[in-house]
Design a protein around this ligand. Sequence first.
Ligand SMILES: [Cu+2]
Length: 147
Amino acid sequence: MTRNLFLKLCVGTALLTTASMVHAAEHEVKMLNAGTDGIMVFEPGYLKIAPGDTVNFVATDTGHNAVSEVTPDGSKWEVGFDGGKVKFEQEGVNIYYCLPHKSMAMVGVIQVGQAVNKDDAMKQADTLEAGFAMNQGRLKQYMAQVK
Ligand SMILES: [Cu+2]
């Protein structure tokens, strides 16, 4: 291999690496009647993504939506019963629920980058947890994965 070709390959690799780093990813959360964490559940219930990534909420089973309860900057987001995509720009912890099944702990956690609002999110998770009639401990388990 000539030195010139070697350099060209190095530059090419570096460009590809940079391109994949800035390329935002899309993740999938299924809205389910039953999953590995029990009934009336988002899957995965805890998800860590990078700022700028998108989450596609898929209405795998009908009758579920997704509504934000906790967001890093206090903004609100919502996905309807047909599912939909949400793009997350703000770093921090999002806690969300399914409106018809909130009391059954149909909740999920999306951590975007660093958990800048972790203390506040933990407090609000405890408040939510106290209101669950079923699936107690599910949200606690998700929040335990927030680092
Ligand atoms: Cu639901």
